[in-house]
Design a protein around this ligand. Structure first.
Ligand code: NI
Length: 177
């Protein structure tokens, strides 16, 4: 097991479409284990493969929270949202969108088709926070970030803030001669 590096905005890999998984082997299991470890370490409630630089349709989710006694890891391979109903606007953040949250409108109830880690088909209904997390992670697989769904003014402000953060990081790294 190993911790993976989480890519952050504006890394272009986050904007690419992930491709379906067709081989359910030990390599996939090892990647999923590393993704889960990375998500718990962050800590986050979900992580998509794009975020660790792998353009495959894989997400890991655990909505029990970092202080939960028992972990409840959900692995979705090739997930698709086949139906959505209801809507709710709530605060969202992302491990790839550093130090920023915003209100995002999502379905409150979704129908999901996916496969498990062995390739077995899954078909289930998700509601409320779980539904929100799945929608957020499926967005990642399609190259979307939650900031795509906020107003252009808010997005412009975030871009400016992120640019400043990156400039400050760069300054820190520059050796003084
Ligand atoms: Ni995210």
């Amino acid at each position: 097991m190993a911790l993976l590096k989480i890519l952050t905005y504006p890394n272009p890999i986050l904007r690419q479409q992930a491709t379906p998984v067709t081989t359910f082997d030990d390599e996939l299991k090892a990647l999923v284990a590393d993704m889960a470890e990375t998500m718990y370490d962050a800590p986050g409630v979900g992580l998509a493969a794009n975020q660790v630089g792998v353009l495959k349709q894989i997400v890991v989710i655990d909505i029990t929270g970092s202080d939960a006694k028992e972990k409840d890891l959900i692995v979705l391979i090739n997930p698709r949202i086949t139906n959505g109903e209801g809507e709710e606007t709530d605060e969202e953040g992302c491990l790839s969108v550093v130090e920023y949250t915003a209100k995002v409108k999502r379905f409150t109830k979704i129908q999901v088709e996916a496969q498990d880690i062995d390739g077995k088909p899954l078909n289930f209904t998700a509601e409320d926070f779980y539904a929100r997390v799945i929608q957020h992670e499926v967005d990642h697989l399609n190259g979307h970030l939650f900031i795509d769904w906020i107003s252009s003014l808010k997005r412009a402000l975030y871009k400016k803030k992120r640019k400043k953060q990156l400039e400050a990081e760069l300054k820190k790294k520059t050796p003084v001669v």
